[in-house]
Design a binder for this molecule. Sequence first.
Ligand code: THU
Length: 134
Amino acid sequence: MAEIEPELHAAAVAVQANAHVPYSNFHVGAAIRTRSGRVFTGCNVENAAYPEGVCAEGGAISQMAAAGERLIDTILVVCDGEALGTPCGGCRQKIREFSDADTVIHVAGPEGVRASYTIAELLPDSFGPEHLGH
Ligand code: THU
């Protein structure tokens, strides 16, 4: 049982099992808790046309946005293997869109959370909605 965020870890591990990864065989799961307390999940979904594949974080963010939610309180990303599975650059920008200074990004393995970040740590001096006056 994960010691940090056991509910989000379990949700991410559950959806990780549904990853469609015939090309990389690298299963990723993501679970978001919004500031209002709702949980959304996503897994990576690859495509024979390789660039059309989508990351787990993007899937979870799409689910969240489609439900009308706009603020990530916590996101947990889980993958297998020894390496720290930090979000890719594109996913950092997608998380940034729906984050504030209190948003926590947990990176986990099967056993639980391995590292935790703010979006400013993952994406310093980032471009965001306020640059467009939002
Ligand atoms: N992947 C994610 O789902 N999230 C990330 O932040 C990094 C990479 C996926 C994309 C692809 O399906 C597989 O991991 C290998 O890159």
